[in-house]
Ligand binder design. Structure first.
Ligand SMILES: NC(=O)c1ccc[n+]([C@@H]2O[C@H](COP(=O)([O-])OP(=O)(O)OC[C@H]3O[C@@H](n4cnc5c(N)ncnc54)[C@H](O)[C@@H]3O)[C@@H](O)[C@H]2O)c1
Length: 279
């Protein structure tokens, strides 16, 4: 993994914090930034996995630490940013990747049958965590020459998603507006804020919810490129948005979706009576 893009090193010595960095898209993001020369802080609640990933990076010569942070809790988030600065003297890039639904918030939860516990729990994991992370990240970046933040939204933010609970899409819609707020409010301080919107991505989260057959059916029904997206492909988009190549891009919400967005608001046709260009 670390051999990828070794010549470019776009983040040489930059300090990069990744929330939810112990697995899935977060771990792929950690590896992608590390391969570009960054110093890495992995923040997560899975201590064993996070410590193991940090240790693996150190063995490969990367400066990396793991910090336990439940990003729904402000004290943990404040400490996460403080530890980053204590350890490496700066915070240049933050990838706020963590998200998901509360354990009681399941597929099929609608407006009327979502419990308050499920709603509040999902909002905390997918929206409050992102807001709290941004709050402490910009507080540092504003006074230290700026930086780049990339949030992780979801295609569930822009339309009703049959296989996601209602409050998950709602929280991610909040992440999109939070991203725009960040871009507008902190552009003057040299801080760029963008987000990616993943569609079906092969991660432990996805595999805990769906089997391979269900994943295939989902991507065939939704995406122009009918395969699950790799976590590393989401990470590549995050790295690019954080890089100097995207220096004038801020407030942008980038679908990384295998072409799902290209179908527009009506989505792909499910009618077998309509022939495709290949028929
Ligand atoms: N996988 C997909 O198909 C998909 C699609 C759309 C959006 N997303 C979004 O992408 C992001 C990453 O998803 P993933 O599939 O890699 O998920 P994942 O569950 O595989 O990984 C999420 C990581 O976040 C950590 N985490 C969870 N709650 C936390 C908390 N309170 N504090 C700190 N860390 C916490 C977990 O321990 C885990 O390491 C999420 O924001 C998710 O909503 C994923």
């Amino acid at each position: 993994m670390l051999n990828k893009n070794t010549n470019s090193k776009r983040f040489l010595d930059k300090v990069v914090l990744v929330t939810g960095g112990a697995q899935g898209i977060g771990a792929a993001t950690v590896e992608a930034f590390a391969s570009e020369g960054a110093r890495i802080v992995i923040a997560d609640i899975q201590d064993e996995k996070g410590e193991a990933l940090a240790a693996q990076l150190r063995e490969q010569g990367v400066q990396a630490i793991y910090v336990h942070a439940d990003c729904t809790r402000s004290a943990d988030v404040e400490n996460m940013v403080q530890r980053t600065v204590q350890e490496f003297g700066a915070l240049h890039v933050a990838a706020n990747v963590l998200g998901g639904g509360h354990r009681s918030d399941v597929m099929g939860n609608t407006v009327h049958n979502t419990s308050e516990e499920a709603f509040d729990g999902t909002m905390a994991i997918s929206l409050r965590s992102c807001w709290l992370s941004m709050k402490y990240e910009v507080l540092h970046m504003m006074n230290n020459g700026g930086g780049a933040i990339v949030n992780c939204s979801s295609m569930a933010a822009v339309s009703v998603e049959p296989h996601a609970p209602m409050s998950y899409g709602l929280a991610k819609a909040g992440v999109n507006l939070l991203t725009r707020h960040g871009a507008v409010e902190y552009g003057q301080y040299g801080i760029r804020v963008n987000a990616i919107m993943p569609n079906t991505t092969a991660t432990p989260l996805l595999r805990s919810m769906f089997d391979e057959q269900q994943i295939s059916a989902m991507v065939e029904a939704q995406q122009a490129i009918p395969r699950a997206i790799e976590a590393s492909e989401q990470a590549d988009a995050i790295v690019w948005l954080a890089s100097e190549q995207a220096a004038m891009i801020t407030g942008h919400i980038l679908p990384v979706d295998g072409g799902r967005n290209a179908y527009g608001s009506l989505g792909p046709s499910r009618s077998s009576a309509i022939k495709t260009a290949h028929d």
